[in-house]
Write a protein that binds this ligand. Structure first.
Ligand SMILES: Cc1cc2nc3c(=O)[nH]c(=O)nc-3n(C[C@H](O)[C@H](O)[C@H](O)COP(=O)(O)OP(=O)(O)OC[C@H]3O[C@@H](n4cnc5c(N)ncnc54)[C@H](O)[C@@H]3O)c2cc1C
Length: 304
């Protein structure tokens, strides 16, 4: 406990509890990610409004913290996380449609934002079809499908930097690339999407066909974190893994999906270490066979 008290500022935790934050101590991270893997975090704290988020950031000094969205693109270590995981909640889940604009809190679910767009005949977020998780996670990692990404629809973003300063960042200051943005060392709090009226609205039908295809092409019956690796330029990571003969390869409870080789599934009792080892094996095989260095898309959050 003494060891930990050097890291965690318990008086800050007490103040956050007094501000109505939900505080979970020694919380299993497996409950908060789509992989269903990971040890315990010292604390997982749910923050419901901007003032409390600002207070947290202004007062967190030596502590280590990690901002978690829907947990659909992360792999936590078996040792868990020595520090504080923060999760946005409450007002950060709000979605407001105003003419051609959707203003979404960072904790709003991306599928709900897409639904709001479709209901209001607005187009521009079709690339989000079938992508789970939150708006904050999607914008941070510039999520997308079929060569298009959510960053294309972003007009501006509200963030808090790690000193607690709130900033409104206009589109021209944000750099979106394939599964990457320059929104580092900040907490995204609100996203303004600028969409287009879509009066033809063939959209819903095309989207439901795309969704059906995704369901048949992905291992939907097992916990996973989406594609493990980014596609190298002009290549498909899944195809390269398949050509290495690794489809179906298991280490412990982790297995390279037979449905889609760029997915690793948790067959029930996978340890994070199993997934890390499988990732290492794939990287080695692809490098040996094709001289290509695969880059992980999933964020690996190791114990500190
Ligand atoms: C079945 C399945 C299918 C998928 N398909 C796709 C796909 O087609 N395309 C695709 O791009 N992705 C896909 N993914 C991956 C994942 O859903 C996306 O990357 C998603 O956008 C991650 O959002 P999240 O809220 O879950 O983020 P998390 O996994 O919680 O976090 C991911 C990163 O975002 C950061 N982050 C989260 N919220 C904030 C915030 N408010 N401020 C600052 N940083 C933040 C975290 O710190 C972390 O570094 C899939 C995943 C699954 C499980």
């Amino acid at each position: 406990m003494e060891e930990r008290s050097r890291i965690i500022n318990y008086s800050l935790i007490k103040k956050l509890a007094a501000l109505n934050c939900k505080i979970l101590a020694n919380e299993p991270l497996s409950k908060h990610c789509s992989f269903k893997i990971g040890g315990n975090a010292d604390f997982l704290i749910k923050i419901s409004d901007e003032n409390t988020l600002q207070f947290f950031l202004q007062n967190i000094t030596d502590e280590i913290f990690f901002i978690l969205g829907g947990g659909t693109n992360v792999l936590f270590a078996d040792e868990g996380y020595r520090g504080i995981i923060i999760v946005l909640d409450g007002e950060f889940k709000d979605i407001l449609v105003h003419k051609n604009q959707i203003i979404a809190g960072a904790a709003a679910s991306l599928p709900s934002v897409l639904n709001s767009a479709l209901k209001n005949n607005l187009s521009g977020l079709e690339c989000a079809v079938g992508i789970p998780g939150t708006v904050g996670g999607a914008v941070f990692g510039n999520a997308g499908t079929k060569g298009s990404w959510v960053g294309n629809a972003v007009e501006k973003i509200e963030i808090f930097n790690y000193s607690g300063l709130q900033e409104l960042i206009s589109r021209d200051k944000i750099k979106f690339e394939y599964r990457k943005s320059n929104l580092q060392r900040c907490v995204i709090s609100k996203v303004y999407f600028s969409l287009k009226p879509d009066l033809h609205s063939k959209n819903t039908q095309i989207l439901s066909e795309n969704l059906k295809k995704r369901i048949s092409d992905q291992p939907v019956n097992f916990p996973n974190a989406g594609c493990i690796f980014k596609n190298p330029k002009n290549e498909s990571a899944g195809k390269l893994i398949e050509l290495c003969g690794l489809k179906g390869k298991s280490i412990g409870g982790a297995k390279i999906s037979e449905v889609h080789a760029n997915f690793i599934i948790n067959t029930g009792n996978a340890k994070s270490e199993d997934v890390f080892n499988l990732i290492g094996l794939v990287k080695f095989a692809v490098k040996e066979n094709f001289s290509i260095e695969l880059e992980t898309e999933v964020k690996l959050i190791r114990a500190l």
